[in-house]
Design a protein around this ligand. Structure first.
Ligand SMILES: [Zn+2]
Length: 106
């Protein structure tokens, strides 16, 4: 069974301008068959091969390097003026009055 030719990129169809899969044949030359209109573009020389690969978006030409995701800049906390630093309001928590338990004879 023949091995499927690898897809090397995408290329706009010369006929209908839809995007087609650009493949590389066993001879190393690029070709594509438009899935939308059936047009077939094929390179038969090194020159046309280069042209097809330039027109298309060849994956190998795209660097795989992923740009590092910039971490969010850590902004230093602004200095807090001393005047705003105050002791928290020391309001005693509302306490229940002491239970009137015990004897009623007091
Ligand atoms: Zn087409």
């Amino acid at each position: 069974m023949a091995k499927a030719n690898p897809t090397i990129g995408r290329i706009p169809c010369a006929c209908c301008t839809e995007e087609a899969a650009l493949k590389e044949g066993a001879n190393g030359l690029a070709y594509y068959t438009c899935q939308w209109c059936g047009y077939k573009g094929q390179a038969f020389s090194e020159r046309s091969n280069n042209t097809l690969r330039k027109r298309g978006t060849v994956k190998a030409a795209i660097p795989e390097a992923v740009p590092p995701i910039p971490s969010p800049a850590l902004t230093p906390m602004p200095p807090v003026p001393q005047s705003s630093i105050t002791a928290p309001a020391t309001t005693p928590p509302a306490t229940k009055p002491p239970r009137q338990s015990g004897t009623l004879l007091s």
